[in-house]
Design a protein around this ligand. Sequence first.
Ligand SMILES: [Zn+2]
Length: 295
Amino acid sequence: MYYKRQMRKARERYPAGHSTVLPMEFSGMKIIPISVLSDNYSYLIIDTTSSVAVVVDPADPQTVQAVIQEEGVRLEAILCTHKHWDHSGGNKWLKRIYSSCRVYGNAADNIPGLTHPLSHKDSVTVGCLHFKALFTPGHTVGHMIYLLDGRAMGAPSSLFSGDLVFLSGCGRMFEGSASTMLSSLDTVGSLNDDTLLWPGHEYAEDNLLFAAEVEPHNAVRENKYQWVLQQRGQKLCTSPSTIGEEKAYNPFLRSHCAELHLALGLRQLEEEDWNQFRARVLEELRKHKDQYNRR
Ligand SMILES: [Zn+2]
């Protein structure tokens, strides 16, 4: 009920979506961000040679279905990052329309309509689209992210990161300790720098403002912020960024950074190993961000 009410409210408030999006085309593949609810993104990924498609987190199923129809493609799979309604709420509705569509996710997360439970590093193939599922708990116990291999298309890879990583931010640690979240974030940090990041929410502007509080002298962050202001001034989508960019300004991927330690007033203790210390930095950072959001 709550879900339906929120969906209706968002459609009334943003009849054309909260942001204007641009599809990204590669040879043989197309990635279409879809603006849903008040700040979520679903993503439709199309193998343009065989006209089959995959959707990531189709939270507003009717809006997603309209794009599927417009593109004239067949939906073969739903990749669900986690159980929260603003990511998984449309699974069953779409599954009713596209009955052969497979629903992927992690079994620990009670994902509605789940047909194909995934574990760390499992692959999902649809047409010539090859995804690798990566287990990244912390926001929820069963959070997964999906890495689309770009090699076959001569493209960079693409990461669909759900509520793990956003442009300059990370998800709340609802169901995991800071060290669990840290190891999930390290999974992201270990990907190639040219990997495109497609997150679950449009949070760029607020996140970069917060990053300025903890790393005021970061020039890359300031440049990105100016660009984001221009984009958001016209309600344009800020995705994708790249993992290389995120590593340069996203404080949640920079728990190793001395300026951050200074800003948070933290120092590594003598008996503390480096990862324990970084987990403590991450925990403090997340606390600061939560307080910042409430201001
Ligand atoms: Zn969530």
